[in-house]
Design a protein around this ligand. Structure first.
Ligand code: TLP
Length: 345
């Protein structure tokens, strides 16, 4: 059966160029600081995002955790969105492992957080309070349907954070999707941030890995945090090699994923029982609601699954479909037709 896997962009398999680069990779012991391929990836990532240094990590979850552990001590507080991946899907790792106190604020549908609410949430010096140390944002925003935060929002939050002596971290798991969608250099989105995590293993297609970037001093400390969470990998050049291909060959083509997401979204938007605001589809994620007397969101997902079209029910009435480089324009059309049939349209 022809499978159209839209569960995530994490499902992407390495390209032939990646497999070749992995085979050819020159390696060393990265914990001892001598894997040349990891170093090349870290330098390349830092240069692409306009930062001094980079750190190769095993996953987006590990990257965010390491950054939070590096910015905050036990009992310090991080301000983040109530729909943030870091808040919802990372097992509360920063509090479990770092004693960091989360201060979730409402994410608006566009992925942003109201600035005045954010400023009001910053704690004053009072013996009763935790100390606010960090603000984090997510761009693109996963649970907000791949919403893209513009450069102006990044700048405004950076200014607010720095005015109050706080650090600003970006969960940029899909930062390059945001840059391509906005047609800006990813550096511009990263500039207001003190640290950024971005993923190689999502739309960019690498099998494993994310990179944390920031100042040299920050990355030195983050390297210590990486070691304590078990993220010191030895001949990691084997996987970093695929990451270099991801960064050099797979960024521009993200525009195709965005076009296919839109194509799929336009195909399903008018179907009775499907609720979808097309303006919310800004990158490679489509989140829609199923509101139908006889078809539940999970039933729709199950019926599609039988036909080789894989999506996820993500709670409530919501279903998520994510385009990636294995999903063609024809696949997007076929998936939209299958939704129409399943909904009895
Ligand atoms: N997101 C995954 C799932 O965990 C939900 C997905 O399929 O979208 N930040 C953001 C914004 C993410 O979407 C993800 C992964 C992560 C961090 C974590 O990355 P990994 O999976 O590499 O730990």
């Amino acid at each position: 059966m022809h499978i159209i896997d839209m569960r995530s962009d994490t499902v992407t398999k390495p390209t032939p160029a990646m497999r070749q680069a992995m085979y050819d990779a020159e390696v060393g012991d990265d914990v001892l600081g001598d894997d040349p391929t990891v170093q090349r990836l870290e330098e390349l990532a830092a240069a692409r995002l306009g930062k001094e240094a980079g750190l190769f990590v095993a996953s987006g979850t590990m990257g965010n955790l390491i950054c939070l552990l590096t910015h905050c001590g036990r009992g310090d507080e991080v301000i983040l969105g109530d729909q943030a991946h870091t808040y919802i899907y990372e097992q509360g790792g920063s509090s479990a492992l770092g004693g960091i106190h989360p201060r979730p604020l409402p994410n608006r549908p566009d992925g942003s957080i109201d600035l005045a609410t954010m400023e009001a949430a910053i704690r004053g010096a009072d013996i009763h309070f935790p100390r606010t140390k960090l603000i984090t944002l997510e761009n693109t925003h996963n649970r907000c349907g791949g919403a893209v935060l513009p450069v102006s929002t990044m700048q405004a939050v950076g200014e607010l954070a720095h005015k109050h002596g706080l650090a600003f971290h970006l969960d940029g798991a899909r930062l390059f999707n945001a840059a391509v969608a906005l047609d800006v250099d990813a550096k511009e989105l990263a500039a207001p941030c003190d640290s950024v995590t971005f993923c190689l293993s999502k739309g960019l297609g690498a099998p494993v890995g994310s990179v944390v970037v920031g100042s040299r001093a920050f990355v030195e400390e983050a390297r210590r945090s990486r070691k304590v969470v078990g993220g010191g990998m030895r001949q990691a050049g084997v996987i970093a090699a695929a990451g270099i291909v991801a960064l050099t060959q797979m960024v521009e083509r993200l525009a195709d994923d965005h076009a296919n997401a839109r194509r799929f979204a336009e195909g399903i938007a008018g179907i009775p029982g499907i609720a979808l605001d097309l303006a919310s589809v800004q990158s490679n994620i489509v989140i829609f609601e199923v509101d139908h007397p006889t078809v539940s969101p999970q039933q729709l997902v199950d019926v599609l699954w039988q036909q080789g079209i894989w999506t996820f029910a993500i709670g409530g009435k919501r279903v998520r479909a994510v385009t990636n480089y294995h999903v063609t324009a024809e696949d997007a059309d076929m998936a939209a037709r299958a939704v129409a049939t399943a909904m009895g349209a």
